[in-house]
Design a protein around this ligand. Structure first.
Ligand code: COA
Length: 336
């Protein structure tokens, strides 16, 4: 059994393999049909495939059909930030066969990607996988990928959402230039506290901690520059920046789906001002803004361990949209 680069004549079979996968993006959301989900996924894969010449899909063929396919995608932003080449595996698909046959296919595909990465000097691989994709997870573990995070996504239908009308002891207003210094301090503090927040970058000991801290600052900067967000709100108390929330309308996705998605991208409250309802108020304001812009479904991705985020969204009536286990593998010199 051999994995080879996807050829033009394989595309039709690739789409079939994707259609058979139970892990299609957004497929479990209300108002999203299986066809829309598949069309969206296929379109994104084709778009991502041509982003970099390092991006490749490897497949295993048998009698003109595909037994499996794996996608490796170069991560330009992450590579620049951490100072070495990094990539992700957006999917590893295989025909649902018996356990040992699936393991064999997954193993051949993963080995191919690891060898390819080494040849291209890619030193770090990341994979996000549905917790139910057990065949693939066992294979990742055998290939020494380490579990670094458990992510969950919540969604809230905004048609019945009504923002709470309440007088707060703090104010909520749009971001202004003068906020940057205090806000960047807040972000660095909030996302480097391991007892409250442990993302996949901080949890991976092959990645330097200061770079993981700085990643949030760069992310926040990109939200403010409107690259990653449409709007940034700040909570102010006693002249201090107590919290912030960055959110956006998912314009690209909304071109395909009939439901209109909006997303909370980044949010935090200063440790000094927590448990006073500031986050709850920021989320309410963000949802109000999104609803006014005709967003019908608002989402947030977080770590499963972050109780206040889960509580806030569940209190609002949000549902669990999905979960992903995140695995990393370092391919630095010396690691086998
Ligand atoms: C998550 C975070 C923004 C919450 O901010 P906050 O202003 O303290 O949250 P709130 O006061 O609005 O509380 C929201 C809910 O969570 C509960 N809560 C807050 N902190 C909690 C904790 N440590 N443990 C359990 N429940 C908690 C509150 O009681 C409230 O629930 P209730 O309304 O049912 O009583 C803040 O803890 C934080 O910045 N954490 C680090 C960064 C982070 O996780 N960001 C979110 C990324 S998705």
């Amino acid at each position: 059994m051999k994995a080879e680069v996807l050829r033009e004549e394989d595309f039709r079979h690739l789409k079939l393999l994707m259609a058979l996968s139970p892990y299609k993006p957004f497929a479990s959301y209300p108002g999203v049909s299986v066809k829309q989900s598949l069309d969206y996924w296929y379109k994104i894969v084709l778009k991502n495939l041509i982003e970099s010449k390092l991006n490749k899909i490897f497949v295993i063929r048998e009698k003109g059909n595909l037994l499996g396919a794996i996608f490796i995608r170069y991560l330009k932003w992450d590579s620049k930030h951490f100072g070495f080449d990094m990539a992700e595996i957006p999917f590893c698909l295989f025909l649902n066969q018996n356990y040992s046959a699936s393991q064999k296919i997954a193993s051949v595909l993963l080995s191919k990607v690891i060898n390819y990465s080494r040849n291209c000097h890619i030193r770090h691989l990341a994979v996000k996988v549905d917790p139910q994709h057990m065949d693939f997870i066992s294979c990742l573990q055998r290939k020494r990928f380490k579990l670094v995070a458990t992510q969950v996504v919540y969604y809230l239908a905004l048609n019945s959402f009504k923002a709470v009308k309440k007088k707060y002891s703090f104010s909520i207003r749009p971001y202004e230039k003068k906020d940057w210094l205090k806000m960047s301090f807040l972000a660095r503090q909030a996302f480097s506290q391991r007892e409250y927040w442990l993302d996949r970058f901080h949890a991976d000991c092959s990645l330097p901690n200061d770079k993981a801290d700085n990643l949030y600052l760069r992310w926040l900067e990109n939200c403010i520059k409107k690259i990653e967000a449409d709007k940034v709100l700040v909570a102010e108390l006693d002249g201090q920046t107590a919290g912030f929330i960055c959110f956006r309308i998912n314009k690209d996705i909304n071109k395909i789906f009939t439901v209109h998605f909006g997303q909370v991208v980044l949010n935090a409250v200063s440790p000094a001002y927590r448990r006073r309802g500031i986050y709850t108020a920021l989320v309410n304001e963000a949802l109000k803004w999104l609803k006014n812009k005709n967003v019908s479904l608002a989402t947030i991705a977080t770590q499963m361990s972050v109780v206040p985020v889960r509580k806030t969204w569940q209190n609002l009536g949000a549902h669990l949209g999905g979960a992903q286990l995140v695995f990393h593998r370092s391919l630095k010199t010396g690691s086998k």
